[in-house]
Every structure is written in C-alpha cells, then in structure tokens.
Design a protein around this ligand. Structure first.
Ligand SMILES: *[C@@H]1O[C@H](CO)[C@@H](O)[C@H](O)[C@H]1NC(C)=O
Length: 180
C-alpha cells in the first residue's frame, strides 16, 4: 500500500512540474523594458559627441516585424522622452522571430528635428532565446540633426580625431583650415 502511495505522489509531482513548466513558457505576463535616449546632434555628424544634447519631449515608438514577410506584428504607442532624453517602452511577450526596432517619431525642437539615416532607428533583441537574460534591453541612442552646427564643433571634433579620418566634413562645420 505504501508503495502505491509513493508512486501516486511521484506521478503527481511530475504532472505538476510539467504543468508549471508549460505555464512559464506561455506566460502572458512576460515582458521587456526597452530603454534608450534621444539626442540633438549639434555637430551634424550623425554620431554622439560630448556636446550632443539630450532632447526632452521627443516621441519614439517600437515596432516588431515578422522576420520572413516583414509585416508589422506589434507596435507600441508613442512614448515621450524625459528631461535626460531617456525613454522606457514596456513590451509584452517574447519576440524571437521578429525584428524589433525603436524609431524616432517627432522632435519638439524646431531647430533640431532633422532625422538622419544612421540615427533614426535602433535594433533591440526582445527574446530570452538568445541567452540574454533580464527584462531590461538597451537600445543604441537616437538623434536628430541640428539645423546649424555649433561653433564649438570644430574643437570637439578635432579632439575626437575626426578630421584626421576625414579631411572634408562639409560646409556646415568647415570655414577653418583643417591643415595640421
Ligand atoms: C511570419 O510570416 C510567416 C510567413 O507569412 C508565417 O509563416 C509565420 O508564422 C510568421 N511568424 C510570426 C511570428 O508571426
């Protein structure tokens, strides 16, 4: 009799753990929090410098597309950046077979609202299947170009070694000889 009870207990335990395992895999409460920042590219170079400025009140959104047919599978509402240019977007579920990207929607600054090809979108991985754990996912920052580059850009970019890489930077930041 004791033996039978033991067997019953064991099979009950197996049954329960299978049920729980299934519940965890299909957990509708699973979510990710995507974080990133939006900057004003004050030097019009399409990358961050020390004089890039966070933009407060910029709107961004997140979209996930089916990897195969590129149809949009899910998208967030527009989210607005805080004082530090930061945003957080909560996303439900696992998006393993999707390409998810945060993109710029709108800038509140008339003088800094030109989207750039490079800084317009940032890819984020929203699945635990790739071995990355944790619910926080960080997106590369995004930026709008300022209408006119700041005068300090020349100095800042020189410090960064920018002119050594690129002799010609374009009319906006030119105006000084770049010869050593
Ligand atoms: C993506 O699209 C393909 C082809 O239309 C479809 O078979 C697949 O189920 C879709 N995947 C997701 C995650 O929606």
């Amino acid at each position: 009799m004791a033996k039978v009870q033991q067997i019953t207990l064991v099979s009950l335990a197996i049954c329960l753990s299978t049920l729980l395992g299934f519940a965890a895999a299909a957990n509708p409460e699973e979510k990710f929090i995507v974080e990133g920042r939006v900057y004003c590219d004050t030097c019009r170079v399409e990358f961050e410098t020390k004089i890039s400025k966070p933009i407060k009140g910029a709107s961004v959104k997140l979209e996930c597309r089916n990897i195969t047919n590129e149809k949009i599978v899910s998208h967030s509402q527009d989210v607005v950046t805080d004082e530090a240019g930061g945003y957080k977007i909560e996303v439900k579920g696992d998006h393993e077979d999707e390409i998810c990207e945060v993109s710029l929607v709108k800038s509140p600054r008339a003088d800094c609202s030109e989207p750039t090809e490079v800084w317009r979108k940032a890819r984020v991985v929203l699945t635990k299947a790739d071995g990355v754990s944790g619910i926080y996912r960080f997106a590369n920052n995004l930026g709008y170009m300022k209408k006119e580059a700041l005068p300090e850009c020349k100095k800042v970019l020189t410090e960064m070694g920018y002119f050594e890489l690129q002799d010609e930077i374009g009319e906006e930041v030119e105006g000084h000889s770049t010869a050593p």
